[in-house]
Design a protein around this ligand. Sequence first.
Ligand code: SF4
Length: 529
Amino acid sequence: MPPGNKLSPHGRKTVLPTRVGAARPCRASLPARPDLAQNYAMPAYTLVTFGCQMNQHDSDRIGEVLRGIGYSEVAEPADADLVVLNTCSIREKAEQKLRSEVGRMGMLKRIKPGLVIGVAGCMAQQEGERLAKRMPQIDFMLGPDNIGELPSILADVELGALPRVRTVFDLNSPQFLSAQAEPGRTGATAFVTIMKGCDERCTYCVVPYTRGPERYRAAREILAEIRLLVDAGVREVTLLGQTVNSYRDPAGSLSVALGAGQTHFKHTLRAVALEDESEFPALLRAICAEVPELARLRYTSPHPRHLTWSLILAHRDLPALARHVHLPVQSGSDRLLKRMLRRYTVDEYVERVDALRSAVPGVTFSTDVIVGFPGETREDFAATLALAERIKFTGFFGFTYSERPNTPALKLTDDVPEAEKSARLEEIFQLTDRHRREHLESLRGTTEIVLAERRGKNGDFMGRSERNEIVHFICAGDALGQMVPVRIREAYNNSVRGDVEPGFVLAPGAARPQPAPAVRRALPVVAGP
Ligand code: SF4
């Protein structure tokens, strides 16, 4: 047994701290020996996050696990003993990006041999064994379902284990790591995972292969986490899931939501609508009833086919539910939607958007679109432009199609030339940029309730309105974490600026800390349903 290690009373190996500079610093046992922490430098970690909110949420949990075993966070890899690269394989060139990041860290490792490099996220899940062989600088690979095992993996690395690949789906008893309310770190907004995996099989998407089948978290656990966060000062919660609105409570504790099983849609067969009903609206109602202090509730990303009548009624009835939905459509052509296996038609999508607009006046929509999917003709693309013109999305995330390993779309010929894909993407960006600017212009003179989330560089505050507009404003006191009425004065390309309504008084003692800046190579949305 290496010096400094001993068997605990339970017969498990415990790793004692080593002095900085002598081999690797200890990671796994510091909390049990706070007295030792005074004599030994705390190990430090840094996290680099690629991808969507789901990955950001996983990074938050990884950070909590690491801090729980005595690590402290640093911004620069050069100051860290452990670097975790939390990867995304949704978009193109994921492996090249990972290689270049691992290469950079590998160079650092040459001058700092004790540096531990871990790779987490979808790339680890999908390509773990292969990448570990190809990139010997990597000490461990960690799948999204294995974050809780990080302490034991680090202990093994400490003992000199060969690179470990831990990427097992927790199919039988799914685990959901709860967010921790940490003084000085818990900001005004938080993500809460309610399900993981995906049972859809959209032909272009790797998620079912990197995140596994759908598994749901018990409603009681979700409610307890939201209660904990709100008691710690969180004002806004975003529920997370790959198809967040397919949620069902595995414990069956939720009451049936108003409107469940009803359909008033012309374009959806009744049998299909019944099949699409989930318990997500019931969960939303339970959250608002049991945690009434929660000021704002969002969710991402919903699948259009689960935007059911009962969910529309929940939007109508729950004031905390934000008047904004990110509803990925991917294409405006039925022919393409079929090739993508999206399981709805353009008419169905539009009908549900219209129904939500009738129930909740002013609700805004953002979306994801893929251009240049195999077989996409100019007519198909024109249909997508027409759909964008019809809906007038206020947020838009467009991507050109590229092949992904293991996806069914590999059987189709990637036949749209890259130059044509780029031209189509540019064209749709121009259209949707115009829609967003028109929308932001229309806000001049209105008063928006803004949750102040951050301070800008010049001391102003930045937050989001209920409808997801980014709002800048100046406030004399510390507005972080407060709901502030802001009269909109100017509109820019992506945001607006305004002034705090005269007479508004900040609530005493309600300010929240600004969340620690995360190192991100990020896309703005969950690569969505
Ligand atoms: S695009 Fe969304 S719904 Fe479709 S398979 Fe991927 S994660 Fe699931």
